[in-house]
Design a protein around this ligand. Structure first.
Ligand SMILES: C=C(O[C@@H]1C=C(C(=O)O)C=C[C@H]1O)C(=O)O
Length: 360
């Protein structure tokens, strides 16, 4: 698949003067609940009303969705509020029912994107559709798998495509429910700048009070829209209670978000920017130069170790370096997370160099 301008036609055609907003409850619970939330959202920035009908849950025995019945409720939402409607599909049977009920936007969930079999089944069932189809990132941070799913849908002649960034599962507990790994979304945007990308702060954070900041970061990274789970009584929601916000909080979030443009053509701005970027270029070259010098010294240590038959990894020394560099980083306003990531990468490169020398 190649990037092309037409990828964003469906989004441009909406002619929005704000990011695309998809909102509604995590799960459709009752007809009253769905319609009450929809009525509270209808005069806001929300273009698409979402509700989960079939819910893939981590463990059995939890609420697994109301099923096809909920699609009728979504149709009532469309008729009564004028909002378009959206839901998740996870197999060909879901697709058939969603299309029969004229769902306008379908998304493929993170747990489906991991399986090329399921994605292909959904792509076949949707073949040639003019509905909008969005693909959530797979649960694991694998850009090729994510793009592979997009490609399967594109090959099935589905034109109105986009992706949803909902973060990635991690073994280690972090402050997020699903780690955003922003770099992956950035890489996707640099490969497919015209493929609409929507952020899902609800699933990234898992906590409503962190949603605003994630939305702002997403917009600062040129995301095209937001999908935010919304419920009139979040604490009593039947699923994902901690991450849903009320319609009025959603309105406030949209009001408070700063929407920035991609660039500015004013001459003074462009001059100041290019002066600063010239400085960055010089510093980046110095960084590479220093890293290269460091590796030459590590090579020397590798030669010594080879002579004395000493192993490459020296944990004690390495822990001392990490500890000292975290402190040094603090002095320079650099986060512990960054220092650890950077020095672990340097250490690995140093090990690779020494491995070559020691095993020559
Ligand atoms: C360079 C060495 O080898 C390895 C690489 C290190 C580094 O790049 O700083 C530190 C400890 C070792 O695990 C060393 O033993 O000092």
């Amino acid at each position: 698949m190649e990037n092309k301008k037409e990828l964003r036609t469906w989004l441009d055609d909406l002619k929005l003067d704000h990011p695309l907003v998809i909102a509604g409850p995590c799960s459709a619970e009752t007809e009253e609940q769905v319609l009450k939330i929809a009525n509270e959202l209808k005069d806001t920035d929300v273009s698409y009303f979402r509700a989960g009908i079939w819910k893939p849950r981590t463990r059995p025995g939890m609420f697994e969705g109301v099923g096809a019945l909920g699609l009728k409720w979504l149709q009532r939402v469309k008729a009564e509020t004028g909002m378009k409607i959206a839901t998740e599909v996870a197999n060909a049977a879901h697709v058939k029912l969603a299309l029969e009920h004229d769902v306008d936007l379908l998304w493929i969930g993170a747990r489906s994107t991991v399986s090329p079999f399921i994605v292909q089944e959904i792509a076949d069932a949707l073949e040639g559709t003019d509905k909008i189809v969005l693909i959530k990132n797979p649960v694991n941070p694998d850009l090729a798998l994510w793009l592979g799913a997009v490609e399967r849908l594109a090959t099935a002649n589905i034109k109105n495509l986009g992706v949803i960034h909902r973060g990635f599962s991690t073994y280690e507990k972090t402050k997020y429910r699903n780690n955003p790994e922003w770099q992956l979304a950035i890489e996707l945007q640099s490969k497919f700048p015209d493929l609409p990308i929507i952020n899902d702060p609800s699933h990234i954070t898992g906590k409503r009070d962190m949603i605003f900041d994630v939305c702002q970061t997403a917009l600062d990274l040129n995301f095209d829209g937001l999908m935010i789970e919304t419920h009139y009584d979040p604490d009593n929601a039947w699923s994902d209670a901690a991450q849903q916000v009320t319609p009025s909080v959603l309105v406030q979030i949209m009001k408070d978000l700063k929407i920035r443009k991609e660039t500015d053509s004013e001459a003074d701005y462009l001059t100041a920017l290019s002066n600063l970027r010239a400085k960055i270029d010089i510093i980046d070259n110095q960084v590479i130069d220093l890293l290269g010098k460091r590796m030459v010294v590590a090579d020397g240590i590798g030669t010594l170790k080879r002579q004395k038959n000493v192993s490459v990894l020296q944990s004690k020394r390495w822990n001392e370096i990490l500890g000292a560099m975290v402190l040094e980083g603090q002095e320079h306003g650099l986060s512990e997370e960054f220092i650890l990531k950077m020095f672990k990468a340097i250490h690995q490169e140093s090990i690779n160099h020494q491995e070559k020398i020691i095993n020559k």
